[in-house]
Each structure stands twice: as structure tokens, then as C-alpha cells.
Design a protein around this ligand. Sequence first.
Ligand SMILES: NC(=O)c1ccc[n+]([C@@H]2O[C@H](COP(=O)([O-])OP(=O)(O)OC[C@H]3O[C@@H](n4cnc5c(N)ncnc54)[C@H](O)[C@@H]3O)[C@@H](O)[C@H]2O)c1
Length: 360
Amino acid sequence: MSLESKELRYGIIGTGMMGREHIRNLLAIDNCKVVAISDSNAPSRASTAQLIGSARQFSDYREMLSTQDLDAIVIATPNQTHFNILSDVFDTGLHVLVEKPLCTTVKDCQLAIERDVQTYRDGRVVWVGLEYRYMAPTKRLISEVSSGSCGKVQMVAIREHRFPFLDKVENWNRFTTNTGGTLVEKCCHFFDVMNLIAGSNAVRVFASGNQDVNHLDEIYEGRTPDILDNAFVIVDYQNGVRGMLDLSMFAEGSKNEQEISVVGSAAKIEALITESKVRVGLRANGAQGVQEFLVEQPQGVVAGFHAGASFLEHLAMQNAIRKGLKPEVTLRDGLNSVVIGQAAHLSIAEKRVVEIAEFI
Ligand SMILES: NC(=O)c1ccc[n+]([C@@H]2O[C@H](COP(=O)([O-])OP(=O)(O)OC[C@H]3O[C@@H](n4cnc5c(N)ncnc54)[C@H](O)[C@@H]3O)[C@@H](O)[C@H]2O)c1
């Protein structure tokens, strides 16, 4: 049977908040099935059984990989586990979507890329879950920029003002050793979008940030969380584009959780993510000429926690699998988003400008 029409059989590794979002997406897509799930935590498996009782359950993902007839794997386990699990999945030759961040360090991202090459199989799709680029207003902004309406892009500013980190299973997200640090864990999404809009590679980073407000009164086995909750990160790109991330995780009183602003030689283009709006303002037309559009995901998209973006990510990945195409979000994209975050953490720690060449 050709891949075009075959039912794709999925195994999910890690069925916490994000693993279950993936399952809900896959349940809503024709011609694919979640046949097996694995999670080391019994309550996570029990919650998943309520969603998809027909899937076989495993506490050890290696047993699932060795005993199940599968086509594709989704890895949605805590960040610090991605490298080892991805390496085991590479050995099977199955298609795989690995959640962001690809790994917690640049070094592990590079090793993951090497492992992919060593275990290469023609047609295998390896996809990194950087799905923010599929949010409707972000997608529209990216297409405006690519169509040239902005002129030559010069400045990309991304603001995320939101609520603190959510509770997770065993609250693994409270420590930098598990996550890679906030600017890797959370902000790889924004550095990926920034990279895409800049159309170039980052060359240096300067950042200021700290953990000033959140999680300071929590204690886990005698340790207080060490995760940064606000930062400014400035990024220089090879082609002269300047990027800036403005992150606050104690800003529940924000109308938009994320805003993106791109200023080019001919226009300013903005995306207001929560309001799902895009504004295009040509310099020639001034403030009075700014046009504002409401941009919504098409009908039938499962919204989930990410405004439909993770659903669209699966459609795009399945299209690549079925048609033998390259992934739209590659391991290299995963690495290029992690390296800015890691460089920003180093910049904060050492109070200096950090060159990307120090890592890559
Ligand atoms: N793309 C996005 O927008 C997005 C959003 C949230 C989380 N994430 C990513 O998804 C991943 C999971 O995050 P989450 O929010 O679902 O966390 P979570 O804590 O809710 O779930 C993680 C699950 O993985 C399980 N797990 C841990 N180690 C395991 C192992 N070795 N084998 C099998 N299961 C294991 C845990 O028991 C838990 O059930 C993280 O990498 C996170 O960064 C991505």
C-alpha cells in the first residue's frame, strides 16, 4: 500500500499536557491512529486512557518501540529526556516529532543531528515541535514579510508577556538542569520565529534577565527553583537584521500574550497573537493608513492550547511523510533556536556579549 493512502500508526512517548494535546489532534485527523502510548507515570497513563482507551499502554517506551507495529513517534517528555529518547527512536527508523526544545544544550542538539545522519533512512521525517510558526497571525505576518510588503526587514521584536510556568508532572520545569533554562525551554519558539523572519543566522547575543518574582517560595527536595522569569534579549543577525525578545512571565494583565513587530525599509507589520490580528502600515501612508486584519485558523482546526498550531503541525508532518518531502521544521531549526537561548543565558551570567561562534 502506498504511503499516500496508508493509515499512519502512532506511538506517543510522554502523555502529560503536551502529549495529550498531540493525541487530541491525531484523533481529529483522518487516516491515522494512536495505537500505543508510553509514560513512566501511572497517573499520566490513567488520564490518557480516558482519552484513548484503545491504545496499548507501556510504562517503558523501549518496550513499546520493540513490540509495536508503528509508523511514527511523538516525543513529549520533559526536555532533559529528549536526547536519549530521540537516539533510541532514531535506531528504529520511524518518523518522529520531537517536542521543543530539541535538546537542553547546543552540544546535545549537535549530537542529535549526528545521530540522525548515522541512522539515516530515505524518506524518514524528523520534525521538531516548534509550532508557533503555524499560529494564524504569525503565519500571516511571515507571508506578508516573504511577499516583500515590508521591504528589506531590519528589526524583529517579539514580546511575550504571560503567566508563570504551569505546574508539570513532578514540576520538572522548575530547574534549569531539566529545561535548559527559560530562554531555551520557552523562548526557543520565539527565536525560531525570529530566525525565520530574519532569514539569516544569528551571530551574537546580548541579554539581561533574572528570576525576580515567580516560584521563589517553592521548595523541591530542599532546593528553590532557579528559572528566570523576565529578560530582554538582543540578537544580531549575519544579514544585519536586529532581533529583540522581551519576556515577562508575571504579566497576566496583558491583552496579548504575544506580539510580533517587524519593521522594514517600506513598512511595519505587526501580529497580535491573542487578538488574532495583523496590522500592515506602509511608511508612505503614515498612521492613518495602517490596515488591520482579523486572521483566524480555517474551520476544522483543533484549537488545543496553541491556537490550532500543533494540529496544523501534524497535518504538515503527515503531508511530508506521505509525499516523501523534507520536514518544514528541521533538527537544524531546533539547534538554531536553542543556541540563541543558551547564548542569552551565558550573556546574562557573564554580563557580556556572546558570539554564536562560541557554541557552533
Ligand atoms: N510545543 C509547545 O508549545 C509545548 C507546550 C508545552 C510543552 N511542550 C514540551 O512538551 C514536553 C512535555 O511537556 P508537558 O508540558 O507535557 O510536561 P508534563 O509534565 O505535563 O508531561 C510530561 C510527561 O512525560 C512523562 N515522562 C517523563 N519521563 C518519561 C520517560 N522517560 N518515558 C516516558 N514518559 C516520561 C511524565 O511522566 C509526564 O507524564 C516538554 O519537552 C515541553 O517543553 C511543548
